[in-house]
Design a protein around this ligand. Structure first.
Ligand SMILES: [Zn+2]
Length: 257
């Protein structure tokens, strides 16, 4: 398994919003260290997404507004989108990949940024592969505490794309719902995962344990294996309890790899 990361993601000054906890200083330090210390994951460096890549998912007005009004945010968000693109390319050749990027993407709709998300990282990566004729279908599983409304918005109109957001009032219920959904999930060309860790017991959702993130990863791995081709990638979304973000992401990777 590969991990995608760029040192620029450590910069927190890309966001001008003081309430943007995704942009918190040092947010990815413990995360990338945990994955690096595992010793088994090759860390690879992404390139920024091009304007053409972004325009597959977003309106010209949205992309131009960010580019002109918030150039630092544009640079960081294009790099995050490039991380998702790289992850999807590696997944396609059979290499499970986790893209450790920020800003996250699952709330960004076609026409606007929202919820600290600028560009729709997962969706634009999938649209690129579809437009290149490399996939016809994809299943997106989003286990962030919050619904990936932006991903749904960007992918609407593509019958081959199915989006599932995990839900449940308890960890046990959420895991059971996911397991049940995966049993009847479609045969697709690629599995994409929006990996948010804010449903963690000490984070906003107050629900999932570190072990539960391993289980989620393992359930998704099982689904990818049943697909036959095993193609899968995940992209970081939320996750704000920094002391345990590394161990939670590592638990997920150990399940998903
Ligand atoms: Zn979230």
């Amino acid at each position: 398994m590969r991990v995608i990361f760029h040192e620029d993601f450590h910069q927190s000054f890309y966001s001008e919003d003081e309430f943007d906890n995704g942009a918190a200083e040092g947010r990815l330090v413990n995360l990338i260290n945990a994955l690096r210390d595992e010793g088994r994951y090759e860390i690879v460096i992404p390139a920024a997404a091009t304007r053409v890549d972004l325009l597959r998912a977003h309106t010209e007005a949205h992309v131009s507004a960010i580019e002109q009004n918030k150039p630092r945010l544009y640079a960081m968000a294009a790099l995050a989108a490039g991380g998702a693109i790289f992850a999807s390319d590696l997944a396609l050749i059979g290499e499970p990949t986790f893209a450790c990027v920020r800003p996250p993407g699952h709330h960004a709709s076609r026409a606007q940024a929202w919820g600290h998300c600028t560009f729709s990282n997962v969706a634009l990566a999938l649209l690129r592969l579809r437009d290149a004729g490399q996939i016809n279908s994809a299943f997106v599983v989003d286990f962030d505490q919050h619904t990936g409304d932006g991903t749904k918005d960007v992918l609407r109109g593509w019958p081959g794309a199915t989006v599932y957001n995990t839900y449940g009032n308890s960890a046990a219920e959420l895991l059971q719902n996911l397991e049940d959904r995966l049993k009847t999930a479609p045969q697709v060309d690629l599995l994409a995962v929006s990996a948010g860790f804010d449903a963690y017991i000490h984070d906003l959702g107050g629900k999932l344990s570190t072990e539960d993130f391993f289980t989620i990863g393992r359930l998704l791995q099982g689904y990818a294996i049943r697909l036959g081709h095993q193609r899968r990638f995940a992209v970081l979304e939320g996750g704000y309890y920094l002391p345990d973000l590394g161990k939670n992401a590592l638990a997920f990777c150990r399940g998903f790899e």
